[in-house]
Design a protein. Structure first.
Length: 157
């Protein structure tokens, strides 16, 4: 059975150490499965997340359209592989590691979701401060987002 890429990952952890989690909490950091994947025997995964972030930042310097187009191409490839494998309704997960780290990135994610209505998107976020950028004038019907809250951050949102 082939592995089909259907998720997008960024580095976990605080922004000041290269992560993409602006609203993390001590509880979340301690229990973070993504941080565990980025260390030890899974160091290659960490390199992928860093490369994803560096690529996004370079595309952002070119402009929003460049980032949207690149992520649409990624989603298209994933959807095509899923369909070829017999998946009737392709899906794509945002933030399998990391989080929405900037308003511009939330807008890019929103635009990709709107541009690919045949794909079901989903993700978890703790970045409540960027939800208005992600939702914009309304979350597309093909997108589901879940806000992660714990005892440490429930009052910060």
């Amino acid at each position: 059975m082939a592995v089909i890429p259907n998720a997008f990952a960024l580095p976990s952890g605080p922004l000041d150490v290269g992560g993409t989690c602006p609203q993390l909490s001590p509880n979340a950091c301690h229990a973070c499965y993504a941080a565990r994947l980025e260390s030890g025997p899974f160091a290659d995964f960490a390199r992928v997340t860093v490369r994803n972030l560096e690529t996004l930042q370079a595309l952002h310097k070119v402009g929003k359209r460049a980032a949207v187009d690149a992520l649409c191409a990624l989603v298209d490839r994933s959807a095509a592989l899923q369909i070829a494998a017999g998946v009737a309704s392709p899906s794509f997960r945002w933030m399998s590691s990391g989080d929405i780290f900037a308003p511009w990135f939330a807008v890019v994610v929103r635009e990709v979701q709107k541009a690919r209505p045949a794909v079901t998107f989903w993700g978890y976020t703790r970045s409540v401060k960027y939800l208005r950028h992600l939702i914009g004038d309304g979350l597309p019907d093909n997108a589901r987002w879940f806000v992660s809250v714990d005892a440490d951050n429930v009052r910060t949102h």
